[in-house]
Design a protein around this ligand. Structure first.
Ligand code: ADP
Ligand code: ZN
Length: 304
């Protein structure tokens, strides 16, 4: 049986037809056009869903449901996008109701990082774990918490919005108004910003990390070491609060691989509280391509 996964992002919306083993049978990508109303965007999404079903020869009624992942803050009780900074035109938009107007199918709706955590549990790096945290280090930083064998969503679907942990109060003001949030100092956006300030020219996140690792630029090495330490700081806080068996790191910045993982493991081994017998594994996410839409489809296929 098949579900539709819809991953709404600030620049594009990925829509896929996903089977009950997590295979993406077919998918489409639409630009998230913020110059049109969200309800117009939902009309386009609905047309894409019909197209995918048609191409697969599946009647809409045969689909198990539609899962939607979206950036937070949102309100899953109300089925609304709340006020994500990268989706300004969607603030307060009742997305679940809008999708239900098109289809007589069950609709599931969660924060994108929460949905990605469920996908890692379903077919990814955390299949064998009952207690883990998925952390995405991407444009921002977010997390999905899986504890005691279930997804922790919170009262309104915003549990795991860890990007606004304060880790460096001197660092400057985040979009949320606080000083020194985790994502303000350690997201992909934050790495590029600080590296560009250092070199006084535009520098991408990947270039900054490559330069740091090459050892040719000691100031960049020091900057990236400090940023990776901050990534470790947030991880320690999560380990100390949730006692997970593992952390699963995903998102674009996790593509940096070993230098990042080694730095985080080193920091965690030094500073996470260390009860007897506890060893928190830190592993890369298994799903990178299509993680968002597989996560959205997981909301339909997997009970949480
Ligand atoms: P989104 O936030 O839209 O979900 P991604 O998870 O792809 O997107 O994260 C985008 C961030 O990851 C950007 O800041 C980008 O510069 C960074 N990034 C992408 N690839 C790499 C890489 N190989 N190494 C380090 N950073 C990367
Ligand atoms: Zn913040």
């Amino acid at each position: 049986n098949y579900a539709i996964g819809i991953d709404i992002g600030g620049t594009k919306t990925a829509i896929g037809l996903v089977d009950s083993e997590g295979n993406v049978k077919d998918k489409l990508s639409l630009p998230t056009d913020q110059s049109v109303s969200p309800s117009e965007m939902v009309d386009r999404m609905a047309a894409a869903v019909r197209q995918l079903a048609d191409q697969a020869g599946l009647p809409i009624e045969s689909l198990t449901g539609i899962g939607i992942g979206a950036p937070g803050p949102l309100n899953t009780k109300l089925g609304q996008i709340s006020e994500p900074p990268n989706l300004r035109g969607w603030w307060g938009f009742p997305v679940v109701e809008a999708v239900k107007r098109h289809f007589d199918l069950p609709v599931f709706f969660e924060n994108d990082a929460t949905a990605a955590a469920l996908a890692e549990k379903w077919i990814g790096a955390a299949r064998d774990s009952q207690h883990f945290i998925y952390i995405t280090i991407s444009t921002g930083i977010g997390a999905g918490i899986y504890s005691h064998g279930r997804l922790i969503t919170g009262a309104s679907g915003n549990a795991g919005d860890v990007g606004h942990f304060v880790v460096a109060p001197e660092a400057g003001q985040c979009v949320c108004g606080q000083e020194g949030c985790w994502e303000f100092v350690a997201s992909g956006t934050a790495i590029a910003r600080q590296a560009s300030e250092l070199l006084e020219r535009p520098v991408s996140t990947k270039e900054a990390i490559d330069l740091a690792v090459s050892g040719d630029h000691p100031k960049m090495t020091a900057l990236i070491e400090r940023i990776f330490k901050y990534i470790g700081v947030g991880c320690v806080t999560l380990i100390n609060t949730q006692d997970p068996e593992m952390l699963v790191l995903g998102g674009g910045v996790s593509q940096a691989g070993e230098p990042l993982f080694n730095a985080v493991k080193d920091y965690v081994s030094r500073y996470a509280l260390n009860p007897t017998g506890r060893e928190t594994r830190i592993v890369p996410a298994a799903l990178s391509q299509d993680a968002g839409l597989i996560g959205a489809a997981a909301l339909v296929h997997v009970s949480y």
